[in-house]
Design a protein around this ligand. Structure first.
Ligand SMILES: CC(C)(COP(=O)(O)OP(=O)(O)OC[C@H]1O[C@@H](n2cnc3c(N)ncnc32)[C@H](O)[C@@H]1OP(=O)(O)O)[C@@H](O)C(=O)NCCC(=O)NCCS
Length: 513
């Protein structure tokens, strides 16, 4: 258990791009320039679709025969959609960041999209005839809708993190030597009503034309089709990685067209959250922070963003895991199990100091006298998605007595390496089993389907612990063995089995003591 679950040379290093040495200020200047260019292109787009205030609108410019104009326009749209679809996929990002520094990845996506949009505006060929033309109040209503579409689309970027979506935040954090973490975004505002307000806004923009020519219709229909397909692609990725967290959000919140709120008002409910019993535990009462974003405005790390959403939401189970749940072990001792926080470094250092040399050897597969400041930071400053850590605190003394973590495999997002450590005088009480069960639950929710564990070949305790969790031995190395656990899709099944055999949950009142 030492590959990914040790700090130095771990996940971050594996993912570090070759050109990451480019000075941070240059990356920041690049991201800022891209952002300004993007703003100019976006501003032009508002005029282009309206056919107002720009040198060339969608129905202006060089006329060409329909058989020439339509293929040119379709090709321009295709270029944009291919760029968008490919560059937003996780597999592409993994390869791309071997060439481009990670903090510039998002800005590069925005640059490519903006350049292709500018190309489209430049080379677009108008196509006649007019399909419909409204005047008077009808035209006024469509202009109002057009403006509303822009307001919804652009406004929703601020509900998430505008500067993260367009690549500036990543470069800014990098320049300030702050590790990137996806912005926690809430299901507030429109994201509580529809999953893709930004896309919905643009669909409205494309169709709200008082004068609709065949060329404009071609663009509106193609772009709408792409948005629907893009949402399907994006959500496929999100379901793969987040499992039921995203499925619950999907079940509860429609994609583009909000449901009427009539029933909520009738029931006196203040917000839009609806509790559907069939949707499972991720969808408990209250508001869950969650959001899926597709296409041009997809964040650079949608999975991570979703996870931080999952980790910070007000879903009851998520609150429990963050704040802690009390547990009475089989010998009667009481612990509180909760997610590790960035402020836990002193607790961890204290716990490590109380580990025997043998336990340290088993955990780190080598002699380990102390944890450095960087290691303490790595072990406690976790993102709760690619890296999760659950700690157990002795309820009597407040000491840290056990910790379990997983670190997602950089090459296989559905796999993660785990490590479990229990302070010596707390071993053998069922705590390792309990922490592993809860870690498995968290991992499933973050889209992990398989745990791997590297252990000392003589570590009989971990062998028993993992065997009980369904592990099988997959490899033998020099003095080490590697185990693998396939995580079942129904967390409750394992929890029941484990909590019956090893521990019992403390009464609810204990939580308040
Ligand atoms: C491995 C470790 C995490 C197990 O945690 P724990 O809280 O002691 O485990 P549990 O009490 O839940 O017991 C789990 C199983 O391990 C067995 N076990 C625990 N300690 C044991 C020991 N010293 N010798 C043999 N078996 C042992 C238990 O009997 C139980 O198996 P069973 O249900 O078949 O009886 C803990 O011993 C530890 O932290 N060791 C040092 C660090 C380490 O080796 N970490 C793992 C590698 S990263």
């Amino acid at each position: 258990m030492s590959h990914a679950t040790k700090p130095a040379g771990s996940l971050a290093d594996v993912q570090r791009p070759q050109l990451a040495r480019i000075p941070a200020l240059i990356i920041l200047a690049y991201a800022a320039a891209v952002y300004l260019f993007f703003l100019a292109v976006l501003g032009y787009a508002a005029g282009f679709f309206a056919g107002l205030g720009v040198p060339k609108g969608i129905d202006q410019g060089t006329r060409a025969a329909v058989p020439v104009a339509v293929p040119i326009d379709l090709l321009l749209l295709l270029l944009f959609t291919v760029q968008h679809t490919v560059m937003a996929r996780p597999w592409f990002k993994r390869r791309w960041t071997r060439i481009v520094p990670e903090p510039a990845e998002r800005a590069s996506f925005v640059l490519a999209a903006s350049l292709l949009l500018a190309l489209l505006f430049w080379l677009w060929r108008p196509v006649w005839p007019i399909v419909w033309r409204l005047s008077g109040p009808g035209a006024g209503a469509l202009w109002a809708l057009y403006a509303a579409g822009w307001a919804i689309g652009v406004g929703s970027t601020f509900l998430v993190s505008h500067f993260d979506l367009f690549g500036l935040r990543q470069a800014w954090l990098h320049a300030r030597h702050i590790r990137y973490s996806p912005p926690p975004f809430t299901e507030r505002g429109l994201y509580g009503r529809i999953r893709h307000p930004l896309m919905a806004g643009f669909v409205v923009v494309f169709w709200s034309a008082p004068t609709m020519t065949a060329g404009h219709l071609l663009l509106a229909a193609t772009a709408t089709g792409y948005i629907l397909a893009g949402i399907a692609f994006e959500e496929h990725d999100l379901i793969q990685s987040l499992g039921e967290t995203y499925a619950a959000y999907q079940a509860r919140v429609p994609a583009l067209i909000p449901r009427p709120r009539k029933n909520d008002r009738k029931a006196g409910m203040k917000n839009s959250t609806v509790i559907t019993l069939a949707a499972g535990p991720a969808q408990a009462e209250g508001r869950t922070e969650a959001c899926g974003r597709a296409g041009m405005f997809a964040p650079s790390g949608p999975r991570a963003a979703m996870t931080s959403a999952a980790g910070l939401g007000t879903d009851r189970r998520l609150i429990d895991v963050r704040e802690g749940t009390p547990l009475v072990l089989r010998d009667g001792s009481a612990v509180l199990i909760r997610q590790v926080r960035s402020t836990d470094a002193p607790l961890l250092a204290d716990g490590f100091a109380r580990l025997s040399a043998a336990s340290r050897q088993m955990r780190f597969l080598g002699v380990k006298k102390q944890l450095s400041a960087a290691e303490l930071r790595y072990f406690t400053d976790v993102d709760h998605h690619d890296h999760e850590a659950l700690g157990a605190l002795d309820r009597a003394g407040g000491h840290g007595v056990g910790i379990a973590r997983y670190v997602r495999d950089a090459d296989d997002p559905q796999a993660a390496e785990i490590a479990v450590t229990i302070v010596d005088d707390w071993q053998g009480r069922g705590l390792g089993t309990e922490l592993l069960a809860r870690l498995s639950d968290r991992a499933r929710r973050e889209g992990i389907r398989r745990f791997t564990a590297l252990a000392d070949a003589n570590n009989v305790a971990v062998a028993a612990l993992l065997r009980n969790a369904g592990a099988h031995l997959v490899r033998r190395g020099r003095g080490t063995v590697e185990y693998e656990i396939t995580l079942t899709r129904e967390p409750e099944r394992n929890e029941v089995r484990i909590s019956r055999s090893t521990a019992q949950t403390a009464p609810a009142t204990a939580a308040r003591q």
